[in-house]
Design a protein around this ligand. Structure first.
Ligand SMILES: [Fe+2]
Ligand SMILES: [Fe+2]
Length: 285
């Protein structure tokens, strides 16, 4: 077995693999940020790191806690209560830690597909921001007397990565363009919950996340369209085919049409993937 926390290495793919094999949440985010800094420092100096190759694990290393449960077994709490707010932040921390791994995984797993260097710039930047998001939300949990690992978390979150481990276009369609786009839909409601509770720290953290996630969705759309162009495919049709193949549920309105548009995802990409009953709804907000 390789060491769980190898030092920074000299190719980007090896850095990515090192993050994926790091177990602790704060350790993983520290290495994620250090790798991003090394990548961008070399880019600025005009001596970019080689992308190289790696053998990323099928599932990333994770801390022993939180306990991972099937979504139906994760207890629900009233969002208005302090326990409910703690549960929301814990769920967000879990999503952010998954996102750190997802962005390094897309870098390490598809090195056989030649991509412009901007592809790597985008995902390294996104992985750096996810690491910051995890730290911000963990700080909020700690300010409440809790911590990441205190509650059980959703077990299914890596499924999209496993299902698309051999399909870069499928990965782009499902991870940034479906899952991260969903974050744009639900984050304003979460910000409202914490605003009502006068938790300024959590509001500030969630506003940073909301502001930066638009770009992650946009990177997904950009590189998805790039690959469609390379293969002379119609982007909308390809998106529908791949989401139906790899994502096992209908998309749920209401959608944040404005932020989705800003991220390069028009309504005719997502509305046909909702349940038929949703499609006869008069209009979206
Ligand atoms: Fe994030
Ligand atoms: Fe993200």
């Amino acid at each position: 077995m390789p060491d769980a926390t190898p030092p920074l290495t000299d190719t980007l793919a090896a850095c990515a693999e090192a993050v994926l094999r790091t177990q602790g949440g704060r350790d993983k985010t520290a290495l994620s940020r250090a790798c991003a800094q090394a990548w961008f420092a070399a880019r600025a100096a005009g001596t970019p790191m080689a992308v190289g190759r790696a053998t990323p694990p099928l599932r990333p290393a994770r801390p022993e806690k939180p306990e991972l449960l099937s979504p139906r077994d994760v207890p629900r709490r009233r969002p208005g209560s302090p326990e409910g707010r703690k549960a929301i932040l814990h769920a967000v921390a879990h999503i952010e830690l998954n996102a750190v791994d997802l962005h390094w995984d897309i870098i390490a797993r598809f090195t056989d597909t030649p991509m412009p260097i901007g592809f790597y710039d985008d995902w390294v930047k996104a992985a750096d921001e996810e690491a910051k998001h995890f730290n911000l939300v963990s700080d909020c949990l700690e300010a409440m007397g809790s911590f990441y690992g205190d509650l059980p978390a959703h077990a299914g979150m890596w499924r999209a990565a496993e299902d698309t481990a051999e399909d870069l276009m499928g990965r782009l369609a499902v991870v940034p363009m479906v899952l991260e786009a969903r974050g744009l839909d639900v984050t304003p409601g979460m910000i409202e919950v914490f605003r009502k509770a006068k938790d300024d720290g959590a509001v500030a953290a969630l506003e940073v996340i909301y502001g930066e996630e638009v770009a992650h969705v946009a990177y997904g759309s950009k590189w998805f369209h790039f690959l469609c162009g390379r293969h002379e495919m119609d982007p909308k049709d390809a998106f529908h085919t791949l989401v139906r193949r790899y994502f096992h549920a209908p998309l749920k309105p209401p959608f944040n049409a404005e932020k989705r548009a800003e991220a390069g995802i028009p309504p005719d990409f997502y509305w046909p993937l909702t349940e038929p009953e949703a499609q006869i709804a008069p209009s979206e907000p």
